[in-house]
Design a protein around this ligand. Structure first.
Ligand SMILES: *Cc1c(COP(=O)(O)O)cnc(C)c1O
Length: 426
């Protein structure tokens, strides 16, 4: 029998045989709102944020939620109300921050391919800082800022060349990655930045990857960053803030990432020892704030026994939950109503016409058509990566707060999906 508590997810648990998210029955949510349905626990997000804040207590800290992990407006609104800023990677994300009531003066703008219109939009909104990822971007940003009568505050994203030991697609701090400016080039880039008319040098940053489960790469990156800060400041350029990116992993399948408070107490001891403990700090967590707050409820449509494999065909698919198809990622899949019936081994797959459309392989389940399953750890990089492939509307979403479930996104209709399209006129 599955244990009542699900490890790493204190607000998702069985009461008797029924799965609950906070005080809401997951089965009831599915009956009310249909499936596939994303449900998020607000208490989980609050706890995850608090873990970072405890780690940094007594320090100067801006938490900028890396909203690409999940950019649904009500989640942004929640983090804005908690006093968070946002790490954005596009002009579209900035528009979402504003629509959710976020404070643009707490926004930092990352990404290797910012366009001129996006730079202008961010300057006009008055964002906190641009995290610049190349020397060419410095030149363009200075030009856009000085032509529009603005000064752009900048931080240079350093590629510290450390191996975060995660999936190659989500490692970003190695020499061969497209992100940041090589460690060796950083001082030269700062020297150039202080000469450019449209820029004000404000900070320095790194982001070494995602789903990191070991503190070692963070410690190495911090050391390499501080080496650079010493060189840059010896050159007479002041670094006002230090930004350590995001990337802390979550427990998907018995993964044991360090807790945010433990990790940061360890890293702050290093910062103190090197004399940087009283600086302004920025962190950009994404996955670790929302990943294990969410689940996706799906209904079993058909069971299809086979000679080599049994398939459990559900109504959620790779367009809703793209991580297995993209990164061979593991998501735990648990029944919404537990039964004592005998289990069989299934590949859990969606209806999309691709063999890559699977959600879980070789899972032991006791299921019948009509039963519901919950795909766990679905708060991060699921809805924000969802697509309309196969003209499947994106799922509905609810934000759960105790016994209340707020509908925060209605299920997308065919009309919604076709709205931007035009027929030929002749
Ligand atoms: C994606 C991203 C983050 C967040 O990463 P997580 O692994 O979700 O914490 C932070 N900073 C930058 C620049 C990013 O691209």
């Amino acid at each position: 029998m599955t244990p009542s508590k699900l490890p790493g997810r204190p607000h998702i648990a069985y009461q008797g045989d029924n799965l609950f998210i906070e005080a809401c029955s997951v089965g009831d949510l599915a009956r009310t709102h249909g499936t596939p349905l994303f449900a998020y626990s607000q208490a989980s997000m609050a706890d995850a944020l608090q873990a970072y804040r405890s780690g940094f207590s007594g320090r100067k800290l801006h938490v900028c939620y890396a909203m690409k992990a999940n950019s649904s407006l009500a989640l942004l609104q929640f983090f804005a109300r908690q006093g968070c800023g946002f790490d954005i990677v596009s002009g579209g994300e900035l528009a979402r921050v504003l629509a959710a009531g976020g404070d643009p003066s707490k926004v930092i703008f990352s990404g290797v391919g910012k366009t001129r219109p996006e730079m202008l939009q961010a300057l006009e909104a008055g964002i906190l800082c641009f995290n610049v990822e190349s020397e060419a971007e410095l030149e363009v940003l200075s030009e856009v800022a000085s032509h529009s009568g603005h000064t752009a505050r900048v931080s240079i994203r350093v590629n510290p060349n450390v191996d975060p030991k995660t999936h190659p697609y989500i490692s970003t701090g190695l020499k061969g990655n497209k992100f940041g400016i090589a460690h060796e080039r950083t001082l030269a880039a700062y020297r150039r930045a202080v000469q450019l008319p449209g820029l004000h040098v404000s900070g320095i940053d790194f982001h070494i990857g995602s789903q990191i489960t070991d503190s070692r790469p963070f410690a190495d990156a911090v050391d390499r960053l501080l080496d650079l800060v010493e060189q840059i400041e010896a050159d007479g350029i002041a670094i006002e803030h230090l930004d350590f990116g995001g990337g802390l992993g979550i427990d998907y399948a018995g993964d044991t990432p360090p807790a945010a408070d433990v990790l940061w107490q360890e890293l702050l001891a290093k910062l103190d020892a090197r004399g940087f403990g009283d600086r302004q700090f920025i962190i950009e967590p994404g996955r670790s704030l929302v990943g294990n707050a969410g689940l996706c409820v799906t209904e079993v449509l058909y069971l299809k026994p086979g000679e080599e494999k049994n398939f459990c065909i559900v109504d959620a698919a790779m367009n809703d939950l793209p991580r297995p198809a993209m990164y061979q990622a593991f998501h735990a899949i648990v029944p919404v109503h537990r039964s004592a019936a005998e289990t069989s081994t299934y590949d859990v797959v969606g209806p999309v016409c691709e063999s890559g459309d699977w959600l879980g392989r070789d899972r032991e389940l006791a299921v019948q058509p009509g039963d519901r399953l919950a795909v766990l750890s679905a708060g991060a990089y699921c809805m924000s990566m969802a697509s309309n492939y196969n003209t499947r509307g994106r799922a509905a979403e609810v934000l759960v707060d105790g016994a209340e479930a707020h509908l925060i996104r209605v299920r997308e209709t065919p009309q919604d999906m076709m709205r931007a399209e035009r027929l030929l006129t002749d």
